[in-house]
Design a protein around this ligand. Structure first.
Ligand code: NDP
Ligand code: MG
Length: 390
């Protein structure tokens, strides 16, 4: 059989490099046919030299000539810029797109891949956070399908195989609780960037690691689950599970609960998504359940981590609300990583930005683009005039 041709959007990141590991693990099944990076041209060149894709694309246009001079002699096509990143998604030879880029930048390329009928292994949850309603509508009009890569959603997806959606009583999304689970509210005010980047169980990119520390990541995952599984938001809950072994659960109307377990290793959900629900044999070490004498579950502390509640709020208010939250958060997280604001001010920036952006009821793609742009400007202004936040 023909190898599945895979485009990796964000090949140089945490999920991107792990996706290439899986492609490497099954060379007779998969081939990396397109690699897309943001700005890390050195790593992109190295990956292209190893995988020999048809095309390598970099979002940062300033890196074009470096990419071109390294890869042209190898017969690999090269392009640069945001438009090229979106255009390449339509390439006829691509079967599956792994959306492993971070943040809002994943939205437009993912929409193009959906329009082109590609299979989507979705890691970029921000696509569904920003524009879940639009994405869901477009999926219905296309032969494209999404298989989740996010570990919680992969767990729910797996637990729902062979089940009727009408039997769902609740979706229970597990959360590690992040690095600050045992800190007091007062201590959170003074945590450092280094502390926030030290996730107890998962090794991930910087942005999602901060989102895990604020627990906004769980709010985003609630939004993601609502659109992926078409479940009423009231039925979606989060539970803190510090061991990160149970990746999520589905409770059914007969009182039965199904869960999926595994080590906290993103290679697992990536392997499952690329296998398109078929189990691929691996020799890598699996879960030895007897190593875990205790698996704990707690209610999340929404006093200490108020952002965990903002997912339900955004779904209830609808419109462009989640798009505003996502944009303000991206700006705030970047400011925190550059030591411009305190950890606890991430929430303040999101809330203040929400107050200043006009509500749009049924946003079009242009409305989302505009909301994202305006929200970033407002959030940047708030950071410049930090005193307003005190
Ligand atoms: P990283 O920060 O490690 O990687 C981000 C990737 O996106 C890099 O390849 C980066 O390129 C690329 N990128 C940045 N800007 C652009 C752009 N404008 N156009 C195209 N590519 C761009 O992030 P993660 O791998 O941690 O996360 C990726 C996505 O997966 C996120 O949406 C995250 O929420 C989700 N996710 C991640 C998990 C994890 O374990 N890491 C778990 C579950 C979900 P470059 O470095 O070259 O600039
Ligand atoms: Mg997750």
């Amino acid at each position: 059989i023909k190898q599945k041709q895979i485009a990796v959007l964000g090949s140089t990141g945490s999920i991107g490099t792990q996706t290439l590991d899986i492609i490497n693990e099954y060379p007779d099944k998969f081939r990396a046919s397109v690699l897309v990076a943001g700005s890390n041209v050195e790593l992109l060149i190295e990956q292209a030299q190893k995988h020999c894709p048809d095309m390598a694309v970099i979002a940062d246009e300033r890196k074009y000539s470096a990419l071109n001079s390294a890869l042209k002699p190898l017969g690999i096509k090269v392009a640069a810029g945001a438009n090229a990143v979106a255009d390449v998604m339509e390439l006829e030879t691509i079967d599956t797109v792994v959306t492993a880029s971070v943040g809002y930048s994943g939205l437009l390329p993912t929409l193009r891949a959906i329009q082109a009928g590609k299979q989507i292994a979705l890691a970029n949850k921000e696509t569904l956070v920003v524009a879940g309603e639009l994405v869901t509508r477009m999926l219905k009009e296309s032969k494209s399908e999404i298989i989740p890569v996010d570990s919680e959603h992969s767990a729910i997806y797996q637990s729902l195989i062979g089940e009727d959606r009408s039997y769902i009583r609740s979706l229970i999304i597990t959360a590690s609780g992040g690095p600050f689970r045992n800190k007091s509210a007062e201590e959170l005010v003074t945590v450092s960037v280094k502390d926030a980047l030290s996730h107890p169980n998962w090794s991930m990119g910087a942005k999602i690691t901060i989102d895990s520390a604020t627990m906004l990541n769980k709010a985003f995952e609630i939004i993601e689950a609502r659109w992926l599984f078409d479940v009423n938001p009231e039925k979606i809950k989060a539970v803190v599970h510090p061991q990160s072994i149970v990746h999520s659960m589905v409770e059914f109307v007969d009182g039965s609960v199904k869960a999926q377990l595994g080590l906290p290793d993103m290679h697992l959900p990536i392997r499952y998504a690329l296998g398109n629900s078929k189990r691929l044999h691996t020799d890598s070490k699996g879960l030895s359940i007897a190593d875990y004498a205790c698996l704990e579950f707690f209610e999340p502390d929404s006093e200490k981590f108020p952002l965990i509640k903002i997912g339900h709020y955004a779904l209830e208010r609808g419109g462009n609300t989640a798009c505003v939250i996502n944009a303000a958060n991206e700006v705030a997280v970047s400011a925190f990583l550059h030591n411009k604001i305190r950890f606890t001010q991430i929430k303040d920036i999101i809330e203040h930005t929400l107050l200043k952006i006009s509500f749009v009821t049924n946003p079009t793609l242009d409305d989302y683009v505009e909301t994202n742009k305006e929200s970033r400007i407002i959030a940047e202004e708030l950071i410049q005039s930090k005193l307003q936040l005190e």
